[in-house]
Design a protein around this ligand. Structure first.
Ligand code: ADP
Ligand code: ADP
Length: 216
């Protein structure tokens, strides 16, 4: 049975960090919609050019573009055993599309860990987030510093601060999350697969709580 896990929560809650840990532990692909968009921006593709206008303002990329992009990702063979989804779905329309996509190859979303944290915590985390240029590995200047300043521990790539992690954009992204993504909390709760995780604990403690739920 394939294992599809959707990580839900506001920007900065720790989805990407925990997705990296889970993907490694379960040998599943980590699918981050934000990373795929950033990859397209780097390569200056048509999708990248379109997505950037929304991302730089902290708005969501329209559903049709996002769904088409994820469909393409799911057409690759590494997704058949399952995947850790980070940042997708972000709207009920995306969640409906995901359900249809997965049912196409006999899969379904098994579990939706939902990370909570106060706005203050989110802002502090995003302000100090450093991301690896090559593969999107995530660090924090205080909470998860790289061994060598400005360099990714895993692939020696330079670390950069995302444009949309500027204070003004961060606050807007949190609003966008509340209005457009938060309805997914009820969406998945109704299906009986939502599991609330206290995202304000240290990284290792969040990972331990998550593991406790996953290997029950
Ligand atoms: P964070 O890790 O801070 O939550 P992401 O890297 O997931 O941020 O997303 C960065 C930006 O990419 C979002 O603000 C949005 O503009 C765009 N994006 C990512 N995923 C989606 C999605 N599923 N639907 C629409 N836009 C998305
Ligand atoms: P998201 O994908 O939900 O936007 P990230 O995983 O990118 O969140 O984390 C945002 C920032 O906070 C990163 O700099 C990361 O290193 C840091 N971080 C993640 N989880 C924790 C945690 N539990 N405690 C402290 N800092 C964290």
């Amino acid at each position: 049975m394939p294992t599809y896990i959707v990580l839900l929560g506001p920007p900065g809650a720790g989805k990407g960090t925990q997705a990296e840990i889970l993907a490694e532990r379960f040998s599943l692909p980590h699918i981050s919609s934000g990373d795929i968009f950033r990859e397209n921006i780097k390569k200056n593709t048509e999708l990248g050019v379109l997505a950037q206008t929304f991302m730089s303002k902290g708005e969501l990329v329209p559903d049709d573009l996002t769904i088409a992009m994820i469909k393409e990702r799911f057409s690759r063979p590494d997704c058949v055993r399952g995947a850790i989804l980070d940042g997708f779905p972000r709207t009920p329309a995306q969640a409906d599309a995901l359900e249809v996509m997965l049912s196409g190859f006999g899969g379904k979303v098994e579990l939706v860990p939902f990370f909570t944290a106060t706005d203050e915590t989110l802002i502090e985390r995003l302000a100090g987030r450093w991301t690896c240029r090559a593969n999107g590995h995530i660090f924090h200047v205080r909470f998860n510093p790289p061994i060598k300043e400005g360099v990714c521990d895993f692939d020696d790539s330079p670390l950069f601060q995302r444009d949309d992690d500027k204070a003004e954009t961060v606050i807007h992204r949190i609003h966008v999350y509340r209005s457009q993504t938060a309805p997914l909390i009820e969406y998945y709760r109704k299906r009986g697969i939502l599991a609330e995780i206290n995202g304000s604990q240290p990284i290792e403690d969040v990972a331990a709580q998550l593991m406790g739920i996953l290997v029950k």
